[in-house]
Design a binder for this molecule. Structure first.
Ligand code: DX5
Ligand code: ZN
Length: 248
C-alpha cells in the first residue's frame, strides 16, 4: 500500500516566522512542506470567433494572487531539513525550474494548463517533466478543477517521462481556506483504478471532515493549510488523524 504523505501548506503560516512554522509542522509529524508559488501575471490569448468573423483577445491570469518565489525558498532552505514541495501556479513553469533547484527545492509540481494549452503543448509538457527530473527533483503534474483527468493519461502511460505524483486540485487555486470540492473525487478514483501504484496528492479544503472522502477515493498525499494552522488545535492530532484515515 502507498505511504501517506502529509504536506502542511505554508501559505497558511505566518510568513514572518516561516522557518519556525515549518519546523513546528515537521515536529508534529508532517512529511513534506508545501510551498504555494503564485504569480498573478496577465496573459493574452488570441482566438478566432467564426460568428463575428474576427479575432478576439482574451486576458486571463493563472491565479488571482501573488505569493512567494525562489528567494523565499532559498532563505527557508537554510533553516529546515524538510522536503520542500513547490506547487507552481504560474503561466511559464519552465522558466523557474533552475531558480527553484538552485534555491534548494526538492520537488516541483506544475500545472498542465500552463503547458499543454500552448502551441506544441504535449512536447512542452514532456520537456518540463524531463527538465525537473534531470535537475534531480521530484516532479508532479497538477490539474485545476475545470480540467478533465484524461489529459494526464499520456504522461502517465509514458515510460520515458516518469512523473512522481499527480496533484488533483480540490479547490480553484489562488487562496487557502476555501471549501473542498467533493465533485473532484471521480478524478481521484479514476486515477486510482487505472494506476494502482500512483501517488495521488489532493490540495484544497482538506480537514478532519473531508479527509475520509479524499482517502476513500484513493488520495495518499494530502496538502492542508488552514486546517493545520487553525488556532487552538494541535496539528499533531490532525496530522495523525490524516495518516490513520489514509492507512485505513
Ligand atoms: C490553493 C493552494 C493550497 C492552499 C490550501 O491554491 O494550492 O495549497 O494553501 O489551503 P487550504 O488547506 O486552506 O484549502
Ligand atoms: Zn498548493
Amino acid at each position: 500500500t502507498l505511504k501517506p504523505i502529509i504536506c502542511p501548506s505554508l501559505l497558511s503560516s505566518d510568513f514572518a516566522f516561516l522557518a519556525r512554522d515549518a519546523n513546528h509542522m515537521l515536529d508534529c509529524g508532517a512529511d513534506w512542506l508545501h510551498m504555494d508559488v503564485m504569480f498573478k501575471q496577465l496573459s493574452v490569448t488570441i482566438t478566432y470567433t467564426p460568428i463575428y468573423l474576427s479575432f478576439c483577445l482574451f486576458f486571463s491570469h493563472f491565479v488571482p494572487n501573488l505569493t512567494i518565489g525562489a528567494p523565499v525558498i532559498k532563505s527557508l532552505r537554510k533553516h529546515t531539513k524538510g522536503h520542500l514541495d513547490c506547487h507552481l501556479m504560474v503561466t511559464n513553469p519552465e522558466t523557474l525550474i533552475d531558480d527553484f533547484k538552485n534555491a534548494g527545492a526538492d520537488g516541483i509540481t506544475f500545472h498542465i494548463e500552463a503547458t499543454a494549452n500552448r502551441a506544441g503543448g504535449v512536447d512542452i509538457t514532456a520537456d518540463v517533466i524531463k527538465k525537473i527530473k534531470a535537475a534531480g527533483m521530484q516532479c508532479g503534474i497538477s490539474i485545476k478543477p475545470k480540467t478533465p483527468v484524461d489529459v494526464l493519461f499520456p504522461f502517465l502511460d509514458d515510460s520515458v517521462n516518469i512523473v512522481d505524483f499527480i496533484l488533483i486540485m480540490t479547490v480553484e487555486p489562488g487562496f487557502g481556506g476555501q471549501s473542498f470540492m467533493q465533485d473532484m473525487m471521480p478524478k481521484v478514483s479514476t486515477l486510482r483504478q487505472r494506476y494502482p501504484n500512483l501517488n495521488i496528492q489532493v490540495d484544497g479544503g482538506i480537514d478532519p471532515n473531508t479527509i475520509g472522502t479524499a482517502a476513500q477515493a484513493g488520495a495518499n498525499i494530502v496538502v492542508a493549510g488552514s486546517s493545520l494552522f487553525k488556532p487552538g488545535q494541535d496539528p499533531k492530532d490532525t496530522i495523525q488523524l490524516f495518516k490513520d484515515t489514509i492507512n485505513k
